[in-house]
Design a protein around this ligand. Structure first.
Ligand code: AKB
Length: 311
């Protein structure tokens, strides 16, 4: 990776990934792109790109002579469920355009899949790398199709496509928008502001989660791995922890003992959560490219509360 174009650069992952990539590969070697200008326009190379416009995406990638595309622009699960047609157009249309640009310019390619690529018939615990994938959400349908499409471009055109199945990502920098796991970010902000949180996900609902620094390291590590070591490509199970809302509450109470948790379950997001695994198995990622998460729930909670309090 020497010159990298990131789509969706103002989103939850993109905003932090671009900084980390600039730190690692140099300021002038990372081009952020999104549908609108960042607030601080002087913050490095940036292009306005709507990924559903394939010609514009090609023009920008060619202009900057990129050798890697990290395609992040997408609607998350809850938003996708509200507007399935828009989700298909953006998530699949954008991905196809990005893959075509990568094929024409012969770049390396990364795009994230998700635990949302699994469905109710998938084994719920220690969910294997290779297993049944019959998701019941539009987001899940997009993610499985995306994994297959990336494998297709690898097998058919030799394009160096790689991906991970991200769990819920937790960070204090940019809030997520429209995901099912968003409660696990909101809870920390409300713990600092109100010392209380009302969860839209029910008690006892386990999902995989990961702290953002581990997610960013995972992307870079996977992209830097010698391709000869990769048996799987699109996409690797990775997880930092499996937790339910009450586990977050307990972890927060060790720092804020008066913190109170209550529940007002949103049926739409609860349905999505219940269709996903409790805990996925990251063995393939560990064996093939050395994936490792440094943050467990307690270490992440300490850091989140400190950083949000400073904000
Ligand atoms: C979501 O909740 O939609 C995402 C995801 C797990 O892919 N955070």
């Amino acid at each position: 990776m020497k010159k990298i174009l990131v789509t969706g650069a103002m989103g939850q992952i993109g905003s932090e990934l671009v900084d980390q990539l600039r730190h690692t590969y140099g300021e002038n070697n990372v081009i952020g792109s999104d549908i609108k200008q960042p607030d601080n326009a002087s913050d490095g190379l940036f292009e306005i790109v709507d990924v559903t416009d394939g010609e514009r995406l090609f023009e920008v990638a060619k202009k900057h002579n990129v050798d890697t595309i990290m395609h992040l622009a997408a609607l998350l699960s809850a938003k996708a469920e509200e507007n399935p047609k828009r989700a298909w157009d953006l998530n699949m249309g954008g991905l196809l355009n990005a893959l075509e640009v990568a094929r024409e310019l012969e770049t390396q390619f990364f795009t994230p899949s998700s635990i949302g690529a699994f469905g109710p018939s998938t084994p719920k615990d220690q969910t294997p790398q290779d297993t049944l994938q019959r998701p019941t959400t539009m987001y899940g349908v997009n993610k499985v199709s995306g994994e297959l499409l990336c494998d297709y471009y690898y097998n058919r055109f030799g394009l160096d496509t790689r991906g991970v199945r991200f769990p819920g990502l937790i960070s204090y920098v940019t809030p997520p928008g429209g995901g099912t796991t968003d409660y696990a970010v909101d809870i920390y902000y409300e713990a600092i502001k109100q010392k209380a949180y009302t969860s839209f996900i029910a008690e006892g609902t386990y999902m995989d989660m990961m702290y953002m620094p581990d997610a960013l390291n995972a992307i870079i590590q996977l992209m830097e791995t010698d391709p000869a070591k990769l048996i799987h490509r699109n996409a690797f199970n990775i997880s930092g922890m499996s937790a339910a809302p009450e586990d977050f509450a307990k972890a927060i109470q060790t720092h804020i003992p008066e913190f109170k948790m209550s529940y007002d379950v949103d049926p739409a997001r609860q349905r999505i959560a219940e269709s996903w695994p409790n805990a996925i198995d990251s063995t393939a990622a560990i064996e093939e490219w050395g994936f490792k998460a440094d943050y467990d729930l307690d270490r992440m909670t300490k850091d989140m509360l400190e950083k949000i309090a400073q904000k």
